[in-house]
Design a protein around this ligand. Structure first.
Ligand SMILES: C[S@@+](CC[C@H](N)C(=O)[O-])C[C@H]1O[C@@H](n2cnc3c(N)ncnc32)[C@H](O)[C@@H]1O
Length: 211
């Protein structure tokens, strides 16, 4: 099964997988930024992209899954906003242009994949003065033994490593024209498939390309 088919199958498991709300870290970290051009990488069902568009950002959003993008487009229609939805396997192709905000929120896979390569390409797409925001998990949280993990663990694929914020920054290998605004881990409450609230650990990396 290709990565695209695997993600489409994951999204087809239910009519909606994620909460429909924008990610808390995105909302917190971009508060106060003047809206400009934004790129959302691995946008899934589009909650972040729609929220950004509602804040006045001109948003391009990309995902490998056409199923997710179809849902995201419906979400945008309901919200009355326009987003440029683009299907890409970001390891292979990437949206054109440069952006004042490039956001990668939980760009994870249940297998090892070319995340570092995608994030380096993401940095290239940040305009002078722009922000690269990378939010990631540090563990599987309450979903460790659920759903897509179970469905694909038997394929002999390597389990993903969840990098620390310092590892994320180091892998980007950025030049002197960048400053690190935040590189930290933090707890986050999340409801698990059992309906219980769990505390899991996430990482935030926020970088700025100097103007
Ligand atoms: C854990 S989900 C996060 C979705 C969304 N950003 C959120 O926070 O709800 C990871 C997303 O990355 C996408 N993805 C995984 N590998 C990808 C790739 N190579 N190119 C583009 N998108 C990819 C998946 O389809 C999925 O929508």
């Amino acid at each position: 099964m290709s990565d695209e088919q695997a993600w489409d199958a994951r999204y087809q498991e239910s009519h909606r997988i994620w909460s429909g709300n924008p990610n808390v870290a995105l909302v917190a970290e971009i508060a106060g930024l003047a809206p400009g051009r934004a790129l959302d990488l691995g946008c899934g069902e589009g909650a972040d992209a729609v929220w950004l568009a509602r804040q006045g950002w001109r948003v391009t959003a990309a995902d490998i899954s056409g199923v997710a993008l179809q849902r995201a487009a419906e979400h945008a229609d309901e919200a009355g906003v326009t987003v440029d939805w683009q299907r890409h396997d970001l390891e292979e192709t990437f949206p054109a242009g440069e952006f004042d905000l490039v956001s990668a929120q939980f760009l994870h896979f249940w297998e090892e994949f070319g995340r570092e390569k995608i994030l380096r390409r993401a940095a290239d797409a940040v305009a002078p003065g722009g922000i690269l925001l990378i939010e990631g998990h540090m563990d599987h949280g309450p979903f460790r033994h659920q759903g897509h993990h179970e469905g694909h663990e038997g394929h002999g694929q390597q389990q993903p490593h969840f990098p620390t914020p310092d590892e994320v920054v180091a892998a980007l290998a950025l030049g002197d024209d960048w400053e690190t605004l935040k590189a930290e881990v933090h707890p986050r409450e999340q409801q698990g498939p059992d309906g219980e609230n769990h505390t899991r650990t996430d990482s935030t990396v926020k970088l700025r390309r100097k103007a």
